[in-house]
Design a protein around this ligand. Structure first.
Ligand code: ZN
Ligand code: ZN
Ligand code: FE
Length: 765
């Protein structure tokens, strides 16, 4: 029979996911010969046989491919047949070729591995590092491409003969599973005391479970770093963890055994269930049930439990303990990145944990747990890290050159664009501390190397003093693009949804440096996306003390009252209404405002919510970002649909949404003794109606019917759901961030989208 041969190039998620064994078995089934090889760009297949067989192969290689592999054929080329070839082989990886990241994210333990984990007859029975080509660590253990064992932290472990023969057998589930290991040859766990000294425990996991049952705090090394764990139904233990971690009120995530347990504590809809049990295994925010046995101290100011299911064999084993769930919060010191190194964790977590459950599989790249919630039956990303990174966001068109975008100051991420793919890094954190900044620099270096990106443009924020901006300036001979914060927010939505623009942008959040030097955060923008026009904003008010006002919401309450009622009436009202802050402090802040001392103007919606929250006595100190706004949302009466008055004044062609009429009505309500749930709801409804009116007015002027929403305020469910609803009822198409966080986690991506548009325009595409 006439032989034909072709070379097929495959990209996408094809390395470390069992793709080559699948190709091997497929070729064997169709009696074809040839080879399959990992390359730096993906996988290259050469396949030979009769024409019909080759056609079936090409179809089946996509249609029959098992998850989590996601192959994309990027090229097929006929080549000369090779005489007397009679085998199909899997070749060793070749490092040459254009480097392109095809590393997949870390994946939760698969069903086949779980079955072995629980099978007393299996040689990996209860082995906490069981994995195969379909599951296990990937991104967190790799240091270079291609994805082969010597480039991972598993290079320290030489496989025993039995593991090696699995690794070498193309028919085996562990064929070329880089982290393959067993109790005889692989990593192991051990227990240590708070000082890091190893304990003599021959069953460390069993012992760890006993400690946890007794209410002890354990630092547990996992996949992307350490967790601090404590049983979630023990008030004292949870309170102790809060005390030692200096964490007053911010919610802790919990891990529960299975989806049935999750249902006992929380409302889990179909989408939430898919997220909880999917291969990414993020934390999913699920509405609390009233009768749960969990300690209220786990999430004191939230209507949600942040729930996740076990995603490593070690977690599965730990969840066999006699507790309804474990608090599993990132193992770090306040404002620092998650710990992933054994030595440094001893130093940093030794003062928090009673014991350590350590292991010796190294972590090259630390990764926090991802966080999502469900909005209108679809996932909404809140923190993107483990399980999702480094899966790229696909852009509509091929970029002209590589781009690096450095992100925002808070909730920082960085983004590399290469070809049509945007690689958004894992959540890095707030750049304020040296250790987070170092983690930011490491991420830029490591992710850039893994992708093989050579940035021609670097995008950063407009703020001149930001650490990321200064970092950008250390690159010489590379074009620098400075992107305004809220511009980046809206561009991120455009990039995610392939919107060409112009669009109407509503960018509302806590703080972003504006192009006029003031602080923005309640913005109506018209966006192309390579440029913006500011068309409107929330009325500006002074922010006494600058950044300090973000921590002390009552300062914004004083500011709003003085803006509305002037001095001395506003000051008198502040002293009357803000009861738990000493008069001296209130008066000192009033002087700052009146004399314009260190009180920059801001149009931030986040700060407006701070003011309302403080006036209602709900929250006068933010112990974590946006606490006042979150607690205000939680207290809002759900059925109240009245709103404070929306008045828009146009000055110099810019629409100003006024705060003064709101404050007048709100103070009246306070004096008449109206319930604070009603007042909170009326403030929310004012924001919804105000933003709706701003957007519809601009739509009438521009005839643009597309609205993009972005910014941390849209994490507020009342605002997002009601605004989407009212805008859609006005006939507008509404888009917002879904795959990326709506908060500042999307900023680096948005900056990259702006830079990409600029390059394309410049090169005339
Ligand atoms: Zn597996
Ligand atoms: Zn072994
Ligand atoms: Fe923002």
């Amino acid at each position: 029979m006439k032989q034909t041969r072709c070379k097929i190039c495959v990209a996408g998620a094809v390395q470390g996911v069992g793709f080559r064994p699948f190709v091997y078995n497929l070729a064997a089934r169709l009696a074809l010969t040839g080879s399959v090889t990992n390359t730096s760009e993906g996988v290259q297949i050469e396949v030979q046989g009769d024409g019909a067989g080759l056609e079936r192969f090409k179809k089946a290689v996509i249609s029959e491919c098992p998850p989590p592999a996601e192959p994309v054929i990027t090229g097929v080329e006929a080549v000369e047949p090779i005489d007397n070839e009679n085998l199909f082989v899997i070749r060793d990886s070749r490092p040459e070729g254009k480097r392109e990241l095809s590393i997949t994210p870390d994946t939760a333990t698969c069903a086949a591995c779980l079955a072995e984990l629980n099978d007393p007859a299996d040689r990996r029975y209860q082995y906490p590092f069981i994995n195969c080509t379909h599951c296990g660590p990937r991104y967190t253990i790799i240091n270079d491409i291609p994805y082969d064992r010597p480039n991972t932290t598993m290079r320290e472990f030489t496989q025993c003969t039995r593991c090696q023969s699995e690794y070498d057998d193309p028919g085996d589930r562990r064929f070329h599973a880089q982290p393959n290991a067993c109790p005889a040859c692989g990593p192991h766990v051990w227990l240590a005391d708070a000082g890091g000294k190893s304990l003599d425990a021959d069953k460390p996991i069993k012992q760890a479970i006993e400690f946890l049952q007794a209410g002890k705090i354990l630092a547990i090394k996992g996949l992307g770093g350490f967790h601090l764990a404590v049983r979630a139904d023990n008030d004292e233990a949870v309170a102790e963890l809060r005390k030692r971690k200096y964490r007053k009120a911010k919610s802790f995530a919990i891990m529960v055994r299975d989806i049935e347990t999750a249902r006992q504590f929380a409302h889990v809809d179909k989408t939430a269930q898919e997220l909880l049990t999917g291969k990414e295994r993020p934390i999913v925010l699920c509405r609390k049930r009233p009768d749960s046995p969990l300690s209220t101290l786990v999430a004191p100011s939230s209507r949600f439990w942040g729930i996740m299911l076990p995603y490593t064999p070690l977690h599965t084993l730990l969840m066999q303990g006699d507790y309804p769930g474990l608090v599993m919060t990132s193992g770090n010191q306040t404002d620092e990145p998650i710990e992933s190194d054994n030595n440094s964790s001893r130093e940093k977590l030794g003062g928090i944990a009673d014991f350590f459950l350590m292991h010796n599989r190294g972590i090259y790249t630390s990764c926090d747990d991802s966080v999502l919630r469900v909005f209108q039956s679809e996932p909404l990303m809140l923190r993107r890290a483990r399980g999702y990174v480094p899966t790229p966001v696909i852009l509509a068109r091929k970029g002209r050159g590589d781009i690096l975008a450095l992100g925002a100051e808070l909730k920082n991420t960085v983004t590399f664009v290469k070809d049509n793919k945007a690689f958004v890094s894992q959540h890095i954190g707030d750049l304020g501390t040296t250790v987070v900044y170092e983690s930011f620099v490491r991420t830029v270096e490591k992710l850039g190397a893994l992708i093989g990106a050579r940035p021609q443009i670097i995008a950063c924020d407009l703020h001149p003093a930001m650490l990321s901006t200064r970092f950008a300036q250390t690159y010489e001979d590379i074009q620098l693009v400075r992107v305004q914060h809220h511009h980046a927010h809206i561009a991120a939505v455009m990039g995610e949804h392939n919107l060409e623009g112009p669009v109407i942008g509503l960018a509302v959040d806590g703080i972003g440096y504006g192009s006029d030097g003031t602080i923005w955060g309640g913005e109506l923008l018209y966006v192309w996306p390579d440029r913006i026009e500011r068309k409107g904003h929330l009325q500006q008010i002074p922010m006494p003390g600058g950044d300090v006002a973000s921590l002390e919401p009552w300062r914004m309450a004083v500011s709003c009252l003085i803006k509305t009622f002037g001095s001395p009436k506003g000051v008198t009202l502040a002293n009357e209404l803000i009861t738990d802050i000493p008069s001296a402090n209130i008066n000192a802040v009033a002087v700052m405002i009146i004399k314009n001392i260190n009180s920059p103007l801001c149009s931030s919606l986040g700060r407006f919510f701070d003011a309302v929250s403080a006036l209602l006595g709900i929250c006068r100190e933010n112990t974590y970002e946006a606490q006042a706004a979150i607690e205000l949302e939680n207290s809002a009466a759900p059925d109240e649909h009245n709103a404070y008055p929306v008045e828009i004044e146009t000055r110099d062609d810019i629409k100003i949404l006024l705060i003064e009429p709101v404050m007048q009505a709100l103070v009246k309500d306070l004096h008449s003794g109206l319930g604070r749930g009603i007042i909170a709801a009326k403030a929310h409804n004012f924001v919804v109606e105000g933003l709706t009116q701003l957007a519809t007015e601009l739509s009438q002027e521009t005839l643009c019917k597309t609205v993009a929403l972005s910014g941390g305020v849209f994490q507020n469910e009342i605002i997002l759901s009601r605004l989407v609803d009212t805008l859609e009822r006005k006939g507008l198409s509404v888009y917002f961030n879904r795959k990326l966080p709506v908060n500042d986690g999307c900023i680096s991506f948005g900056q990259a989208v702006v830079a990409d548009t600029l390059i394309r325009k410049k090169s005339g595409v």
